[in-house]
Ligand binder design. Structure first.
Ligand code: BGC
Length: 320
């Protein structure tokens, strides 16, 4: 028998509203998933951004079950700890002020020299604090990230064909040519990665891509005079034409509920193997070591970099 009392009608409205919100939320997530690359769909949401211990600290994230990652799914017990790394709290030039109450930050906009626009569209603000567009991470604050909201990076994927005596090598199983990319070992986590880095305030992404590659993989900062000029010319000539591989949110272990990484990954390919492919690699800046690495599904890389390499192999018709 339906309950037509005021309380009964109210309860049924609230219940229906919750059901409606849940269904809408799943629907929107479904649409977003349809536009996500295949192998990314199989990954758990925030698989890196929910790592139990926050990088470079002993801070523990509150554990968030897979189905409770989206903000629209209720999680009344959610009360994550707050953590901002000491290096960020000290207020270096690349970091925002800690107190958002008195700060005049223009979120979702180009704010002076700082790009606070997200590739994912406008993000929500709660008490003037940005909310991670990909959902819960089990931690509030900024962690190791300087900016509240999006922190923009750029990733140069520099590739060549693997050759022996001048001949391109073909993988026996896939019958496809083997691609190699320049990989660096990150000094902070010891993981192999693309030599990417943060976009400096006011810097164009195209410049970040060149600068980071030069600094980390060719150690340009330590070269002087004619030597440095040759390196810079080689980089400039390869970097005139790139193929954009990815642009968007990154599942990075440093992400929090209020600060996250986004990147643009671009492939620069030396098809003939006569330009950058021949340059002597030398680790510099925050890279521990550097090398040409074969591209294949066996790669285990930092953050979302495996996914970027998979897409690059697909784009080039290379073995994966
Ligand atoms: C790294 C990039 C990476 C980005 C997001 C940056 O710190 O340098 O390589 O894609 O973070 O994970």
């Amino acid at each position: 028998m339906p309950d037509f009392s005021v309380v009964g009608v109210w309860r049924s409205c609230v219940c229906n509203m919750n059901t409606f919100l849940y269904i809408s939320c799943c629907f929107i997530r479904g649409i977003k998933r349809m536009s996500t690359p295949a192998s990314a769909k199989d990954r758990r949401p925030h698989s890196k951004a929910r790592c139990q211990t926050y990088p470079g600290s002993s801070e523990q994230r509150q554990s968030v079950p897979d189905n409770k990652v989206p903000w629209c799914v209720e999680f009344p017990e959610y009360d994550p700890p707050e953590y901002t790394a000491p290096v960020v709290k000290k207020g270096p030039v690349w970091a925002d002020p800690g107190d958002l109450g008195s700060a005049t930050i223009r979120f979702n906009k180009r704010d002076g020299l700082v790009n606070r626009v997200s590739f994912t569209g406008d993000y929500d603000l709660k008490n003037n604090t940005p909310q991670n567009p990909s959902g819960r991470t089990g931690l509030k604050g900024r962690g190791l990230l300087g900016k509240w909201g999006p922190n923009h990076a750029a990733d140069p994927i520099v590739t060549r064909w693997r050759r022996e005596d001048g001949e391109v090598l073909i993988d026996e199983s896939s019958k496809k040519p083997i691609l190699q990319f320049v990989a660096i070992m990150r000094a902070d986590s010891g993981e192999w990665a693309i030599p990417g880095g943060m976009v400096d305030a006011g810097e164009r992404v195209s410049l970040t891509l060149k600068r980071e590659f030069g600094e980390e993989a060719l150690n340009t900062l330590q070269h002087t005079g004619a030597d440095r000029k040759i390196l810079e010319e080689q980089i400039a000539s390869l970097f005139t034409k790139g193929d954009e591989i990815y642009k968007g949110y990154v599942d990075d272990p440093r992400n929090t509920d209020n600060a996250w990484m986004e990147t643009v990954a671009v492939n620069f390919h030396d098809d003939e193997g006569t330009g950058v492919a021949r340059l002597p690699l030398q680790a510099g800046d925050d890279a521990g070591s550097v090398r040409w690495m074969n591209v294949s599904s066996a790669l285990k890389l930092y953050a979302s970099h495996e996914e970027f390499l998979r897409k690059t192999a697909e784009r080039r018709g290379a073995h994966w």
